[in-house]
Design a protein around this ligand. Structure first.
Ligand code: SAM
Length: 194
């Protein structure tokens, strides 16, 4: 299993998320794929150093962003402070067994970018079920993953996509599928209770 904290300590931006064209372009596609101009509460899982978090902060009333790495969270905090964003709650959590506490609220938007392939089969099922549970009726759920297979990933993007297809109560409303990455937006049906 990858030690993400050590990774961030040895390199503050291990995937060049802040600089690489792939990452910047993918974030642009992700933000442009969100059907609504604005959302209430967004849950960003595996937020890393916060490059997507700051964009979400402009589009959402509140963002709850979590990552397993404290170093990544500290960098995210620094980035957001530079923007003067006061609507983001950050937490260090090891998903999926720990889960963000969003009181009695449900999220209107769940964002999962380049995270789910790190989970075992069992943890992926728990993770997806927790995401579904946290999503409000009518809420949108973005899944975005690159197609390159790395030594430390446990799922392919195709396997994640198939696991999503098996979930009840959501429909796919956006798909962006290209050589480098796949992005889907799913919406929770009316009448389905998490
Ligand atoms: C490849 S980076 C993606 C960062 C960001 N979401 C993006 O798309 O640019 C994966 C992130 O997921 C975090 N992560 C990995 N496993 C995690 C877990 N079990 N719980 C919470 N965060 C995790 C890592 O620390 C890292 O910041």
């Amino acid at each position: 299993m990858t030690d993400f904290e050590s990774l961030y300590r040895s390199d503050p931006d291990p995937w060049s998320v802040g600089t690489a064209w792939y990452e910047r372009r993918k974030r642009g596609v992700l933000m442009a794929s969100l059907p609504h101009e604005g959302y209430g509460l967004a849950l960003e899982l595996g937020c890393g150093t916060g490059h997507a978090t700051r964009l979400l902060a402009w589009r959402c009333e509140t963002v709850c962003a979590v990552d397993v790495s404290l170093t990544a969270i500290a960098e995210c905090e620094r980035l957001l402070a530079g923007d003067g964003a006061a609507n983001v709650h950050l937490a260090q959590l090891n998903l999926p067994h720990s889960w963000p506490r969003i009181a009695n609220e449900s999220a209107n938007l769940v964002v999962v970018s380049e995270l789910a392939y790190y989970f075992s089969n069992k943890n992926l099922q728990i993770f997806l079920s927790n995401c579904l549970q946290s999503l409000a009726i009518g809420g949108d759920w973005v899944m975005c993953h690159c197609k390159t297979e790395f030594h430390d990933t446990q799922q392919t993007t195709e396997q994640i996509h198939h696991a999503m297809e098996n979930l009840a109560g959501i429909e796919r409303i956006v798909t962006h599928d290209e050589a480098c990455f796949r992005l889907d937006v799913w919406r929770k049906y009316e009448g389905i209770h998490g």
